[in-house]
Design a protein around this ligand. Structure first.
Ligand code: PEP
Ligand code: MG
Length: 327
């Protein structure tokens, strides 16, 4: 099987009825960029910039951040890299910034990610400058984590734009194009699609956090692992409700949570209209193989049918459908 997946490296993930699915990888450290050449993925759909902060004993200075971003962009070449601004706080402590773990009763729902970054804006300004300079002469794709309100996205983008003006005023080479995206992982944002869609260049759905917030079930608590399922009608209907207006607005939507790396889940995602996935590198082969055996029109019709009258055992029903249909 391994060899079969390796053979898919240079083969496009296209469904049997000719729909191209974009399959990218999640990454966080410089060496992860090698996964692009190993797997033949279409790009890095989620670069978790907080990893560098978490593995450092002291605050990574702007030059160090910039060097990492440039190295990753160079390794990616023509392929896009989506940089997510730091998602720290909560359980991802940074002692050197006096951000301690254990200070909050509900860290996942706490002062983290964009909430923290908009307040500690010195941190985000430095990161913005590092990203803008690293992507000089190229396209910069940047996205903000844990956006809960449309105005948070506007503020974050305005911060980047102010840094861009400042740096270009100083003669620094800036990106040819900047594409700004929001992560959709807090359910509240889905109720503001009419506000956020005109603002963003893309959306990326973080199903890890989205699932825990939708089900009020801590993603790190093993006692709850059996209590919800990525194939539940709640999640799949939620995603479908996001995809439709986004498509009408011409905004690409990706899924970058772990869900997309499981072939059966990826099949269901394609069935509700998702055609961009960013997944763990080891999942690229299995997901490509699934995509190439799938008829998109057939799975879309099956998902419509199942979501109208969801069976209790969605996983079993979808598994059986896949087996019958040679997926
Ligand atoms: C997510 O929440 O699904 C996601 C991709 O981000 P992280 O796992 O880093 O929170
Ligand atoms: Mg998340």
């Amino acid at each position: 099987r391994r060899a079969a997946y390796a053979a898919l490296r240079d083969v496009a993930p296209e469904t049997k009825d000719g729909h191209r699915v974009t399959v990218m990888v999640n990454a966080g450290l410089r060496d992860d960029a090698a996964a692009l050449d190993i797997t033949g993925a279409d790009g890095i759909g989620l670069f978790r910039t907080e990893f560098q902060f978490l593995v450092s004993a002291s605050l990574p200075q702007r030059e160090r951040q910039q060097r990492l971003y440039r190295e990753v962009l160079e390794a990616a070449g023509e392929r896009p890299v989506v940089f997510r601004t730091i998602d720290i706080g909560g359980d991802k402590a940074l002692p050197y910034l006096n951000i301690e773990a254990g200070d909050e009763e509900n860290p996942a729902m706490g002062w983290r990610a964009l909430r923290l970054a908009l307040e500690r804006d010195g941190l985000m300004k430095a990161q913005a400058r590092a990203l803008l300079e690293a992507a000089g002469g190229r396209t910069l794709n940047v996205m903000f984590p844990m956006v809960s309100e449309a105005w948070e996205f506007d503020e974050a983008r305005a911060l980047f734009e102010a840094q861009r003006l400042f740096l270009s005023g100083r003669g620094k080479r800036m990106p040819n194009e900047i594409r700004y995206g929001a992560m959709l992982e807090v359910p509240a944002l889905a109720e503001q699609l009419d506000l956020i869609l005109p603002q963003v260049d893309f959306l990326s759905i973080g199903t890890n956090d989205l699932t825990q917030f939708l089900f009020a079930a801590d993603r790190a608590n093993p006692k709850l692992a059996e209590r919800y399922d990525w194939l539940s009608p709640s999640i799949l209907r939620f995603l479908r409700r996001v995809v439709e207006p986004a498509r009408a607005a011409g905004v690409p939507v990706a899924v970058c949570g772990e869900m997309g790396g499981r072939p059966l889940e990826a099949m269901a995602l394609i069935g509700v209209g998702i055609d961009r996935l960013s997944i763990t590198p080891a999942a690229v082969g299995p997901v490509k193989a699934m995509v190439r055996s799938l008829d998109r029109t057939a799975i879309a019709a099956e998902m419509d049918r199942l979501l109208a009258h969801p069976p209790r055992d969605m996983r079993g029903v979808l598994g059986a459908w896949a087996a019958t249909n040679g997926v």
